[in-house]
Design a protein around this ligand. Sequence first.
Ligand code: PMP
Length: 443
Amino acid sequence: MAEGEAGLYASRRPQSKAMFDNPEPGFYDQVPQYWMRDWPMPFPFAVAGASGSILTDIDGNELVDFCLGDTGAMFGHAPRPIVDALSRSAQRGLTTMLPSGEAAEVGKLLSDRFGPFVFQIATTASDANRFAIRVARAVTGRKKVLVFDGCYHGAVDETLVDFEDGRTVARKNLLGQAVDVTTTTVSIPFNDVAALEAALETHEIAVVLAEPVMTNCGMILPDDGYLQTLRALTRASGTLLHIDETHTISTGLGGYTAVHGLDPDIFVVGKPVGGGVPVAIWGMSRKVAQALSEIRAGMSGIGHSGIGTTLSGSTLQIACLRACLSEVMTAEAYATMSRHADRLEHGFTDAIRAAGLPWHISRVGARLEIVFSAKPVRNAEESRAAAIDDIQHALHIGLLNQGYLVTPFHNMVLVAPTTTDAQIEGLLDGFQTVLTRLVAQEE
Ligand code: PMP
């Protein structure tokens, strides 16, 4: 089935194929980032346009987008308020290395939305996490970071580790690694209180960096009470708790933290927070900010703290943050997304049952993951055991050929406020068709 689907995909995209077959120098591997080649189809399609929930490729194929730039376009492609903010900022200058007149208002919008933190701006979630880790180490005077096996927090050295045979090891495909990860990082399984206690008891951990729901290794929900235990144990051991909401911002207004009343010391969101424009935020509790100020007061000279980049906090980013927080990432938008996700959750579950497959749906707000196991997985080891790459690829390309794009390297479906009822029903029909073919092929 996969070969037939790959052939169909290619036959519909002669121009994309020619573009990526072209050996002329330019981009390495002909793509702006070489992992764009890793998508589960013979070659990527080149995008001619993206608007709302629709992508059009250079061969004229239209796709309904349930990948949404892996969350970057969570509120739909190019929302009108963001386009307007971009054009207004273009008239005032895009970047000056100084705060724009809107900055104070945006700072207030951030605290109103995400909680009583004081914020800084970065350009990517990777950078926001990196800067926050630096602060955590500075204020605690400790070196190590604790992450959960299977995590992804961006291209942050300390987090590119796995947990294997009971120990922390560097990820196997990591390039150019020079530092021994065991000197910087401890990795433990999610939902394992005993492992957490043991790690924190060493008093070496500056910060636990966590997603409240692990979204990069299937989608692993926390056990009841686990996040409260995590908070209590980190506090008791003088370790900071850093919550990365870059994906779980799909939960609802203010992210998982606001919806479930978490109380982290550090709070990060990247990707969709500027409506698709490169911007990320990192917030510190007042206590952490106070400790940082005391350290900075004791320093001589200025500059080179290892925090900040030139284009961060720009006029452009501030304008887009303002537009996104006040007009795009709204309670109404989340209500629509939640309604669509309810329908998908039920529809997928019914289709899985009808096909007699031992799968289930894991969900955090507007984000759903099709998991190839009958029961929820509790940690990365269980998630890896449940993964079936061939079926994941077959689902992806089968749906693509019917006009629906789901997130690669996952079975993730994300809905936007721009998604329509008809698109939801179309995806469910497409899913049912692919399942029927998969089951027929197995028989
Ligand atoms: N945090 C999480 C939870 C992520 O999933 C990602 C990227 N998928 C990042 C941070 C990094 O985001 P970026 O690649 O935009 O820096």
